[in-house]
Design a protein. Sequence first.
Lengths: 630, 296, 185
Amino acid sequence: MILYSFLFALLTALLSLFIRREYNYIRWILYSAVLASLTFLIYTMNGLWGYSESFKLLSVGSVDFSLNFKVTPLSWLFSFFTTGLSLSISLFSIVKNRHEESERSIGFFWLILSVCNIAIFLSADLLTLFIFWEAMTFVSFFVISPGWTKSFKAVNYYFILSILGAFAMLVGIFFLYSKSATFNIESNIAQLFVLYELNSPQAIFITLMFVLGFFTKSALMPFHIWPAEAHSEAPDDFSSYLSGIMIKYGLYGSILFLVPLFVFISKFSQTQPMSNHIPLFSHILAWVGAITSVVATFLAVKSNDMKRLAAWSTVGNIGYAATSIFILSSMGVAGGIFHIINHAIFKTAIFLSLAAVKYRTHEREMHRLGGLAYKMPVTFLTFLLGIIAAAGIPPLNGYASKWMIYQSLLSGRFPFLATMIFLSSTGAFMYLFRALHSVFLGQLPSKFDDVKEVPFLMQIPMYILMLLMVIIGIFPGTVLLPVNSILKSMNMEEIKVTYTTMYSMLSSVDAPIVFLVFAGSFAFAFILYLIGKPRRHVELLDNYTAGQDPKEFGLTREMYHFALKFYEPFEHMFDKYPRTNTKEFYDSFERKINETGSFIKKFYSSSPRSAVYIFTLSIVLIIIYGWLVW
Amino acid sequence: MVNIMLRFLFAAFTSIIMGLLFMGIGRKFIARIRRHYAGPFYQSFIDVIKLFSKKSISHNWIMDFGVMMGFAGIIATIIFMPIGPFNVFSQMQGNIIIIIYFMTIGYLGMAMGVAASGNPNATIGIARALTLMLGYEIPFVLTVILLVFANNSSLLQVMVVNQQGGFMEWNAIRYPFAFLAALIALQGMLGEQPFDAMIAPSEIASGPMVELSGKFLGFGFLQHAAQIFLETGIIVNMFLGGSQNFFIFFAKQLALYLLTVAVSGIFPRYRFEDAVKFFWMAPTALAAIQLIIFII
Amino acid sequence: MLLTSTNEIKDNGMERILNFFRKKSLWMLHYCTGCGAVELPPTMTSRWDMERFGMGPMATPRQADLLLITGYLSVKSLKRVIYTYEQMQEPKWVIAFGSCPINGGIYYDSYSVINRLALYMPVDLSIEGCMPRPEAIIDGFTKLMKAIEKGEAVGYKKYRENYEWYKANQRNVLERTSAVLKEEA
Ligand code: SF4
């Protein structure tokens, strides 16, 4: 069933290549239909835990290499939400891509990507995971950069980091395979645990390889720079897919592989160093997450490009989720998973609304925009709810998961991690408000006087996402109950939760009450508002200008919009401290690679003989290496 | 249901009335520091009624909406705070994390409302306020974490119960450094001098309030009043043992407020980036020291 | 037709009750045009303590109830004052300080200073003197408060009713001086 649906989707993608450019929208309607059916298919698999499929690729000797798919609570939750969100993005794309030049390749690869996406989540062993992981990396390369020079430069970072990460993971997988002779995930975890007891440096090395693979994909420190490049240069609707969905693979891998491993270690190991009742390794990874979120927050405060800002915000949120996951309490893991899902929803909403802004205005620099809320109310509301959720403000979904993260950090006694998360959370409020103000509030530049709201078809996904944010905010159980079954399948203690109420060791929250309190207070404020004398609307430039008439003054609305260098004094606070620029580091790294490459190329192509030398040498090296290892 | 609604209204009105009263007394107090008399202690009520009786302008629906949301956010936060012996909901007696996050709605609403007015002065004020928020949140959160650890609960009510039994049981005595840090943070939260760069009247024309007229300014006033009530209330619950008696509770709040007013009466104004630096140095160090002492 | 009697537009009913609060909380915007500005700080601070009456300075016209024209008003400033006045929200009042806004004072024959403020804006109260001392200012304020309570300080309504007339006057004076103040036009 799973495999056939994949083949069906790939076939559709191939067929869609024959659709002419004038009929772009037909292609996207087709994709939406395919995604809808995939979503439905995954939905029907709810509860079929353990259902598996296998497809033999080849057998070498007695060893079978096959694609294995399996439905587990974890894979179901992730694949269901991601496919559903891709569906809503593709609805958005129907109109958005009607006149897009390079749209054909985008759509084609994107549908393949959606297939890879489901396959990654459903894969039952490490080999399948790796195959689709790699396929996803390659395919996404073509979607981010459909022949545009600027995005090609940007995507390089992403691509190279991802490839390196994937190969690190491959090294890890094969090391493990050499020990356990199987690709099965559970037995590999057990094998690795045994290795920790016997030969812990080697085990740490293997784990580190996996960590590299996962962290490059999820853009945790020190690989945090690629989203800002790639997410901001990708096609606008694809950015939401990148940021909402694709960046989560690394965390998914961590939950799948690293968390059970660390839980094992913390429960049974005698030899491994512990701190705060969790393995030191895991504690360090949690710190990496927290530092990532703080760094990303400060970088987001500095950015003036709205998509870049949203991309940094994504990195920050991934940081929270990683911190929460790696402290290994069931509250933490549940909070992390919940936050991943919530982030997928609200970040998709944010990026879609930014895509809508760009669709109408063709601007990305925030100081050139402004006042669009008065022209595009639905987009504004989507963005507003998105940032309310992203800043973790009740009563939307973001606060529920952040609440859980704090509870887990506090009940696990990690005061400084909690402070870091608080810091980046407040910072998140800062930069998100900046985006809200610069793009949607303030003065409307006169060139946007006749901007209209996006077409209704593009509004539909926004309505859906807003509804999702509100519903999950009021009934966190809709996601948390499935999360509980994940915890059960991972042999972890379940958290106490009902449809409406979340409990922790420290306190409990009844989400509908939180919502009702807010609604009630708003009603109270509204009554007061009605009691006061009626107000009258005036136009935007009828404003306090210290008595000067703006018309005579030559003051335009653009000039009266305060958006550029919004937090400049704050940025200057850090001027005195030396700055390490990760991007520069990578740039210099790139130059080095280029130099080496051209050197080798020169050497290689100077005479055929030297090429033969190199070839033989490498073969010999490989043989010696293999001989040493086995 | 009706019961809950009545309790809700009681909390809302108490906070507004007490907040306005505190404001009035604070004005009187600061006037005495500066050796004059100022108006009657009920001056703030007169001001609010006058503001609501004035005509007003707004620039668009977002401004209306944002200003109401700002006020609603603070009121909603007060609903979760134990006011003396009184709690609106029996099961969530002051969940401090919810309170911290709920407060943000108020800020977001106000910020959104005034940003929609399109006046750069307002937005500069908001930018300053948000930057300052990044400063005072850190020491405040550290003290909150300390108390959560100490009481093994994030409910304010539990903290209050654990402080019963006299003056010496108060967290202010038990954790003096943290109390000091919280007091400094409170100064920043209330936007009193020396941390009032966001409402500098002659520099940026009173910042966020620049375009607020009539009832919009009235909402601003009410929000500030409720905020005074809320934030002093939180500190009283956290450090000064709350109270089982409304009047003692209010008296503690008032004492705390007068303390901040007195400090503000004699200080000039920090540049706000210096204020953020200050918050990250002195009070954060105090709170961290207390936390480390506690953990050890 | 210029409406001169305030009797027809006096506040009645509910407004009279609200006026009680309004008079006790007059927030002022002092437009420091002339010498008079220097008399305000002592009025505001400890010595004369204007805050006793609930009065206080405000930063922008949107927030203020009371516009103080503190002294002579050049035509250049007049434009700004009118703009500011129109940005204020009703109910709003204007107090003119000193002799200059009444009849021109020592600037009665100046080419660039207006002689009678009441031609261009509805002045609710004039405080004479050159310069009025704080006692006189406080006295003026209390008079205004009484007028507000009685519902008689309704200059803003007058301005609304006779808008055309005021506008014509303003246009007149602005046009007359535009030859001198060319860069302004
Ligand atoms: S009345 Fe006298 S003090 Fe006042 S502005 Fe005129 S000249 Fe100056």
